[in-house]
Design a protein around this ligand. Structure first.
Ligand code: NAI
Length: 247
């Protein structure tokens, strides 16, 4: 059993979906979790849900595409709990379109949230982790950042960028005992993938070697492992969690 007692963990975009599942998994392991999302209403109800289960949780509204919001998220976390041990850059959006139909706004928005958001939060968190000479950053990328995907040039570019940022940051801060890894989920059942027509989702699930779509908890289990001491010699890696989808 992995024990993260009193570790302080910030998860972006954690009001629902994969982020919420990650926060719950860490809370169950004894961590103090900061639930953070652009949607403050759902953030507060998620915090209340965690507290009703007896977990230590704190909510902070944050749009990760904002440099100021991201600084506030990390500073408030340290103000409240005295430190930040783990940052999970999970917030992400899609605005799918073929490039021929993709508006500049669809490109800019996805880059701002999925790519700049990781820069914003990591930059502010690393300041504290460097002082503490310890820390873990886990970036939620995607298999499409490795394989590419028609209709997702914006999204795939951000996720490929997140993988490259992961490897660069890992090299920059390994000497300070800060580990940086990425998780590349495949097809996970959340509100994000509910936007895909049901027939398409069924066909996808059937084509996965493990014969099912992934659940948010599948990603959360990988995050828990990477944050734990079991992974103390693992940095600069991309852990694919996709039921064998991309082989
Ligand atoms: P979701 O849409 O269910 O949840 C995303 C959360 O992020 C929402 O609570 C939303 O309010 C929040 N969010 C959106 N924009 C934000 C911003 N600017 N600042 C802060 N929070 C913001 O999505 P899901 O499926 O849980 O995705 C989580 C992460 O996993 C994303 O980075 C996504 O790209 C990635 N992913 C998801 C896969 C899937 O199949 N569901 C597959 C591969 C990667």
């Amino acid at each position: 059993m992995i024990n993260l007692k009193d570790k302080v963990v910030v998860v972006t975009g954690s009001a629902r979906g994969i982020g919420k599942a990650i926060a719950l998994k860490f809370a169950e392991a004894g961590a103090k979790v900061v639930i953070s999302d652009i949607n403050d209403e759902v953030t507060q109800s998620t915090v209340a849900e965690f507290k009703s289960k007896g977990y230590e949780a704190f909510g902070i509204k944050c749009d990760v595409s904002s440099f100021e919001d991201s600084q506030n998220l990390i500073d408030k976390t340290v103000e409240k709990y005295g430190k930040i041990d783990v940052l999970i850059n999970n917030a992400g959006i899609t605005k799918d379109n073929l490039i021929i139909r993709m508006g500049e706004d669809e490109w800019d928005k996805v880059i701002a949230v999925n790519l700049k958001g990781v820069f914003n939060c990591s930059k502010h968190a690393i300041k504290y982790m460097m002082k503490a000479k310890s820390g873990v950053i886990i970036n939620i990328a995607s298999v499409v950042g490795i394989t590419g995907n028609a209709g997702q040039v914006n999204y795939a570019a951000t996720k490929g960028g997140v993988i490259a940022m992961t490897k660069s940051l890992a090299k920059e801060y390994a000497g300070r005992n800060i580990r940086v890894n990425a998780i590349a989920p495949g097809f996970i059942e959340t509100e994000m993938t509910k936007a895909i027509p049901e027939k398409e989702r069924e066909a996808w699930a059937a084509s996965i070697p493990l014969k099912r779509a992934g659940q948010p908890e599948d990603v959360a289990n990988a995050a828990l492992f990477l944050a734990s001491d079991l992974a103390s010699y693992i940095t600069s890696q991309v852990l694919v969690v996709d039921g064998g989808m991309i082989g």
